[in-house]
Design a protein around this ligand. Structure first.
Ligand code: IMP
Ligand code: MG
Length: 172
């Protein structure tokens, strides 16, 4: 396993993102929606860097990656969503890869009538997007490698690592 982004750089960029978001929503209140499970570490760190009134909500998205190559197969559970009607919402996820997850989450969240909706991810993989949308904020752009840590898993392992590492063939 090779470290791609160390813990200190992640903390710096997350703090910068939090400051930018606080600036954007100054004087307003914001609902930060995290996508389970990959965004939990980013969610926990980011909300502590956003100096405006923040509410937190969760959505669950499970893709059948590994069992299926069809990117359309995403199951979304909105049962944990708080009331977001007429509220400003920031949707966050761990990574924007093909973009299908983000695109479908945006569609589902919009159905609940937010006043505004912006998106942020920790990582954006370059050259992989298959959709017309882009995340509004991304802390890091990375090459097309499989990464783990800081919430991202491989087979439900490695989420707890405080840094981002690229998996090598010998790790699989
Ligand atoms: P997308 O729909 O292709 O953008 O994929 C987004 C989801 O796939 C993320 O929320 C992750 O759960 C997962 N994913 C994509 N790339 C990686 C990776 O390199 N490591 C771990 N999970 C990934
Ligand atoms: Mg995920």
């Amino acid at each position: 396993m090779k470290t791609l982004i160390d813990a200190e750089r992640i903390q710096q960029e997350v703090a910068r993102l939090g400051a930018r978001i606080a600036e954007q929503y100054r004087g307003e209140s914001l609902t930060v929606l995290g996508v389970l499970t990959g965004s939990i570490v980013l969610l926990a760190d980011l909300i502590r860097c956003i100096d405006v009134k923040v509410r937190v909500g969760l959505i669950q998205a499970s893709s059948y990656r590994g069992k299926s190559v069809n990117p359309g197969e995403l199951s979304i559970n909105m049962e944990l969503l708080p009331d977001i009607r007429n509220r400003r919402v920031l949707l966050i996820d761990d990574i924007f890869d093909t973009g299908h997850t983000m695109q479908q989450m945006i569609e589902r969240v919009r159905q609940h009538g937010p006043l505004s909706l912006t998106t942020a991810v920790l990582l954006r993989k370059l050259g992989r997007s298959e959709v017309d949308i882009e995340p509004d904020h991304a802390c890091f752009e990375i090459p097309d490698v499989f990464v783990v840590g800081y919430g991202l898993d491989y087979d439900d392992d490695y989420r707890h690592l405080p840094y981002i590492a690229a998996l090598e063939d010998s790790d699989l």
